[in-house]
Design a protein around this ligand. Structure first.
Ligand SMILES: Cc1cc2nc3c(=O)[nH]c(=O)nc-3n(C[C@H](O)[C@H](O)[C@H](O)COP(=O)(O)OP(=O)(O)OC[C@H]3O[C@@H](n4cnc5c(N)ncnc54)[C@H](O)[C@@H]3O)c2cc1C
Length: 482
């Protein structure tokens, strides 16, 4: 079969490699000029900037995809040139619950062996079948999977994540370092199900890597292997329609700067976010979920900061979570439902400095979580730069000398994510609420179209680099059997 893959993000590239491994012909069609999507690297004013993902967890999923495309482990390790990030994170805290202001490095400073064992147990019980496996309802209707599901529930997977951490961890700082990952799941730790402790295990437990050449290098290596294995990549091609009859795709139309191309395919994998994908599948009878609860969004500022000034900053880590004193209130502000969202009143920030790991000078990025456009329909085009400047002044006041005078290379706000076709201006897709998890999350198969499947953050298993890579493999398996 010849499969057309819409989007050269990590889910699309993973689907392409797994399809090549299964003996299919593939063409990846990408609207931009580069691979990687939300895990890409771009050049801004001579600087190498990662506008999206800044950490790589579970690199073996990249190795698996590359192996499917014919690149062995040793060659892949050589090409990727991954550097371990140590510490994985630094958490910087104001005075908290009677403790003085302090910095905690994880995992080094986390003395919570019982919790780490519980977290690992949750990962072991959930990963193979419920995260990395097909989540379609029917696939669970066998005694073995039902027993596994029962085992997960008995481990407390459906209790609140906060409850499970509070039971085993006393230090309020360690509690935060083990639950802030709920933000990746789009909900507060008190609302996130404990099964999402697997995210914390993926980075705090299994470790974090960074490619020497920037996050986008992962996608570049995958793209190169697709070409070596005989696959094709088309850039500057925006897919504007699917061809076919009701229930079956026969090809697609892609617009370039000069004209519209008609490309015939035996099946398609769609990886663009829901608004784009839903528009494409609707004319052929493809059905989309009716109502989706979306994750909060983020404002991300990329900066050029004098390295000498950075030497005097309160932490010397690749990733610093600089926390405000507020915690539950912060989550309540940014995850509130329609029209009730607020900007953080006592903000927490993620500061990313790849130069700490690579040893080469590079930009600094500051990520400020914020409500999505449904939660708070703010005029980001007018206020985005001022908001970013305010955030930098707050950080200057917290000891990051020189950050408020740094050259701002680029700022992304919810308005920018919306322009890129992401629902309600969030790059973090559907929240991982209980009703949007596993078999209840959008599956790979498109109801109503036999030979179109989905991959990417909107689908099972969810948001982040490892889920994107898994969803690509699951999409490849689904279309191969269509
Ligand atoms: C600021 C930020 C920080 C993050 N940090 C992390 C992190 O540290 N660790 C982590 O694991 N995850 C992180 N993530 C999440 C992670 O980056 C994403 O979940 C993942 O990269 C999504 O991959 P994807 O393939 O689903 O989508 P995308 O990467 O968005 O790929 C979709 C591709 O489709 C293309 N496309 C869209 N429409 C069309 C069309 N009509 N025609 C052709 N092509 C089209 C797009 O250009 C894009 O290249 C972060 C995300 C952001 C935004």
């Amino acid at each position: 079969m010849h499969i057309g893959i819409i989007g050269a993000g990590l889910s699309g590239l993973s689907a392409a490699l797994h399809l090549l491994g299964a003996g299919h012909e593939v063409t990846v069609i990408e609207r931009s000029r580069h691979v990687g999507g939300r895990a890409g690297t771009v050049r801004i004013g001579g600087h190498v900037v990662d506008p999206g993902a800044s950490v790589l967890t579970m690199p073996e999923l990249v190795f698996d995809a590359l192996a499917a495309g014919g690149l062995d482990r040793f060659a892949a390790e050589d090409e990727l040139d991954l550097l371990p990030v140590t510490p994985a994170y630094a958490g910087r805290f104001p005075a908290l619950d009677g403790l003085p202001p302090s910095v905690l490095h994880v995992p080094e400073d986390l003395a919570v062996p019982e919790h780490m064992r519980w977290q690992q147990g949750m990962f072991d019980a959930a990963y193979e079948r419920f995260i990395a496996g097909d989540a379609a309802w029917g696939s669970y209707a066998n005694p073995r999977d039902l027993a596994r599901l029962g085992g997960l529930v008995r481990r407390g997977a459906l209790r609140s994540m906060q409850h499970q951490v509070d039971r085993r961890v006393d230090d309020p700082r360690a509690r935060r370092m083990l639950t802030f990952q709920a933000l990746y799941a789009g909900v507060a730790p008190s609302a996130a199900r404990a099964v999402y402790a697997v995210i914390s295990h993926m980075d705090v437990g299994l470790g974090v890597w960074y490619p020497r050449a920037g996050m986008g290098w992962v996608a570049s290596v995958m793209a190169r292997q697709i070409q070596r294995a005989g696959g094709r990549l088309l850039f500057d091609h925006e897919v504007i329609g699917l061809d076919g009859r009701r229930g079956r795709v026969t090809g697609l139309r892609a617009r370039t700067i000069t004209r519209v191309h008609q490309l015939p395919f035996d099946g398609v994998v769609l990886t663009a976010d829901s608004p784009v994908t839903d528009r494409l599948i609707a004319p052929l009878g493809g059905r989309a979920p009716r109502r989706v609860r979306l994750s909060p969004s983020a404002v991300v500022a990329h900066l050029d900061v004098d390295p000498d000034l950075q030497d005097h900053w309160p932490t010397q880590a690749h990733h610093t979570l600089d926390f405000g004193a507020a915690w539950e209130r912060t989550f309540a502000e940014i995850t509130a439902t329609r029209g009730r969202g607020r900007l953080m009143s006592d903000p927490s920030f993620l500061i990313t400095r790849p130069s700490v790991t690579t040893g080469e000078p590079g930009p600094v990025s500051v990520l400020a979580p914020c409500p999505n456009l449904e939660s708070a329909p703010l005029d980001w085009d007018t206020m985005g730069t001022d908001y970013a400047r305010d955030a930098l002044r707050t950080l200057e006041g917290r000891g990051y000398r020189g950050i408020s005078d740094a050259e701002v290379l680029h700022v992304d706000t919810p308005a920018d994510w919306a322009r890129q076709g992401m629902s309600a201006g969030t790059p973090f897709a559907a929240a991982h609420t209980l009703t949007q998890t596993g078999p209840l999350r959008r599956p790979q198969r498109v109801p109503g179209i036999a030979n179109a499947v989905l991959a990417g953050s909107m689908t099972h298993p969810g948001v982040g680099v490892p889920p994107a890579l898994i969803s690509g493999r699951l999409a490849a398996e689904a279309i191969s059997s269509s």
